[in-house]
Design a protein around this ligand. Structure first.
Ligand code: R5P
Length: 318
């Protein structure tokens, strides 16, 4: 039970993307989930009706915009719209996985910036705040004109890997986009860093071109925000093996999108463990024994509690 804050009683409403995470968060907070009916019209349009009072409540709407992305995104928008029209005191969109974030800038003429578009949609629907985990790029926070609390799974991964006490380990950035988070992991674990540079040769295809740093005879640890098709990581493993790294690679990734050939690529024997969080439910079809799921529920629940009580959440970032 959480006491009422300045915006009224705390209520957690869950979309259909990740019910298990919703259960864990409500258990942590010792609250029951708010009742909401989410169905479809015959033509597929989404219908939402909150089945309890929402007037003057501090509403948190949990929805990862994961596969099927468009369905989950529109469902979230409709839930926020319905809450606004029901006179909720404050509405926080909790998007543990914020989809469409990889287009956060134009890399070529006539491209969209979907990370910004989704921010505009959420604000237009009526969200007053956003709570997310490991946004693909920090600048997405700036796409919003409302407060964004940006949690990071880094401490979960660092604690897990530290416990393993891996011999002669090196943190490897799988591409230049992973350098910042890889350096932070290396610093936290007091390990050396190596960097692989990859060249994009297609929408989902990259080709390793160079590696900087010593990996021979070492146990590589890689950290990513997203594993989508696992093409980036698989290409990195190829380079590492060619350079004589130990065939025992550890991979950490916050969001297990695991689309297309991901499972097959991650099954390769040189990959020892794939450590992910439950911001996205890991489908049972992709339940390789080597996939370790760390729960982001305590982190999200504590952030929700603190936001509700107007307390600092910055201690959760460390
Ligand atoms: C790229 O910018 C991301 O950080 C990931 O490296 C990428 O989205 C992973 O995609 P895939 O698993 O398909 O290589």
């Amino acid at each position: 039970m959480v006491e009422s804050g300045a915006y009224g009683e705390l209520k957690l409403f869950c979309g259909t993307a990740n019910p298990a995470l919703g259960e864990e968060i409500s258990a942590y907070l010792h609250i029951s989930q708010g009742r909401v009916n989410i169905t479809r019209f015959a033509d597929g349009e989404i219908y939402v009706r909150f089945e309890e009072n929402a007037r003057g409540v501090d509403a948190f709407v949990l929805q990862s915009t994961c596969h099927p992305v468009n369905e989950h995104l529109v469902e979230l928008l409709i839930m926020v719209d319905a809450l606004r029209r029901a006179s909720a005191g404050r509405i926080t969109a909790v998007t543990p996985y914020y989809g469409y974030a990889r287009k956060d800038k134009k890399d070529a003429p006539r491209e969209p910036i979907t990370g910004r578009l989704v921010a505009d949609l959420l604000m237009t629907a009526g969200a007053d705040r956003v709570l997310a985990v490991d946004l693909h790029a920090g600048q997405i926070e700036g796409f919003f004109n409302i407060p964004v609390d940006h949690l990071r799974a880094m401490p979960l991964f660092a604690d897990y890997v530290r416990e393993k006490d891996l011999p002669n380990a090196v943190v490897v950035a799988a591409d230049d986009g992973a350098v910042k988070r890889s350096k932070e992991l290396a610093d936290r674990l007091d390990l050396p860093l190596a960097i692989i540079f990859q060249r994009r040769v297609g929408k989902d295809v990259k080709e390793p071109v160079e590696i900087v740093g010593e990996v021979e005879g070492k146990t590589p640890i890689m950290i990513e925000d997203i594993i989508d098709t696992a093409g980036t990581l698989s290409g990195a493993v190829d380079v590492l093996m060619r350079r004589g790294a130990r065939p025992e690679v550890y991979i950490c990734a916050t969001h297990a999108v695991l689309a297309g050939p991901a499972t097959e690529r991650l099954a390769r024997q040189e990959i020892r463990e794939v450590i992910v969080t439950n911001t996205i439910p890991v489908p049972s079809a992709t339940h390789l024994p080597k996939i370790i799921v760390l729960s982001a529920a305590p982190l999200l629940a504590e952030a929700i509690r603190r936001i509700h009580l107007n307390q600092s959440v910055s201690m959760l970032f460390t």
